[in-house]
Design a protein around this ligand. Structure first.
Ligand SMILES: C[S@@+](CC[C@H](N)C(=O)[O-])C[C@H]1O[C@@H](n2cnc3c(N)ncnc32)[C@H](O)[C@@H]1O
Length: 229
């Protein structure tokens, strides 16, 4: 079988690509060799494992494929991840921030248990059982300010969750990557209206919108937003 030509992403550190620009595939280099998280395909190359990053399973991959220019993820980034679920996206972020740290908050005990099983040998993930709407709950565990908040929670109060966590834990000049799902807010109101209201709430809390990208073709009804504190 022909091996895909895996090469570094021209913009994002520790993200890899194969294929032409019309059929681009994304990968991250497996930090936890031999372990898969969600049945993702692995490509072996020069003693390394490249995990195929599925944009239909991970909204961050969708945001990159949709052309985001503002995603901030470096090897040493410290991140607060809200809504980890069982570990699909956080595991790819863990591959990327290989010398950094991720505090991962999840409200569901069952999902958190699975997250721990999936990622226990990853040294850069700290799993936290908590409600992202009440960020003081986990203040004992977040022992330093973060460079980035990544938020993907299915909750009607998405803007307020971002604001409360940014006020407590995000450095000045730090970034937020936030996914707003219109259906989690109100199914009777038009998506555009919901997005506008949430963005206004975020702006009124002094968060500057750097980028807005509709990722509907990968994740129905979702808008990806990147903000700066
Ligand atoms: C869409 S899933 C996250 C998928 C995950 N980000 C990924 O890409 O792999 C949303 C998650 O948010 C969690 N969640 C919902 N409300 C929450 C809250 N208030 N605090 C923390 N997590 C919450 C849910 O339990 C669920 O696991």
């Amino acid at each position: 079988m022909i091996q895909p030509n895996i090469r570094p992403h021209p913009k994002f550190v520790n993200v890899f690509i194969s294929g032409s620009s019309e059929k681009l595939k994304l990968y991250t280099k497996n930090l936890d060799k031999g372990k898969l998280i969600y049945g993702e395909k692995i490509i072996l190359k020069m003693d390394e494992e490249f995990r195929l990053w599925d944009p239909y399973r991970s909204k961050l991959a969708a945001l990159i494929l949709k052309g985001s220019q503002k995603i901030y993820l470096e090897r040493k980034t410290t991140c607060l991840y809200l809504g980890t679920s069982t570990g699909t996206t956080i595991s790819h972020i863990s591959d990327i921030v290989s010398n950094g740290l991720i505090f991962g908050v999840e409200i569901s005990e069952r999902s958190l248990r699975q997250l721990i099983q999936n990622t226990s040998s990853r040294k850069n993930i700290i799993p936290i059982l908590g409600n992202a709407l009440n960020p003081q709950e986990y203040s004992m565990l977040i022992y330093k300010p973060v460079d980035l908040i990544y938020q993907d929670v299915s909750h009607p109060d998405q803007a307020n969750i971002a604001i409360r966590n940014a006020n407590l834990y995000l450095k000045e000049g730090g970034m937020i990557i936030l996914f707003i799902k219109s259906q989690s807010i109100k199914s009777t109101v038009k998506s555009e209206e919901i997005f506008k209201n949430e963005l206004n709430t975020l702006k009124s809390a002094n968060l500057k919108v750097l980028e807005k990208i509709n990722i509907d073709s990968y994740a129905g009804g979702h808008l990806g937003v990147i903000l700066e504190k």
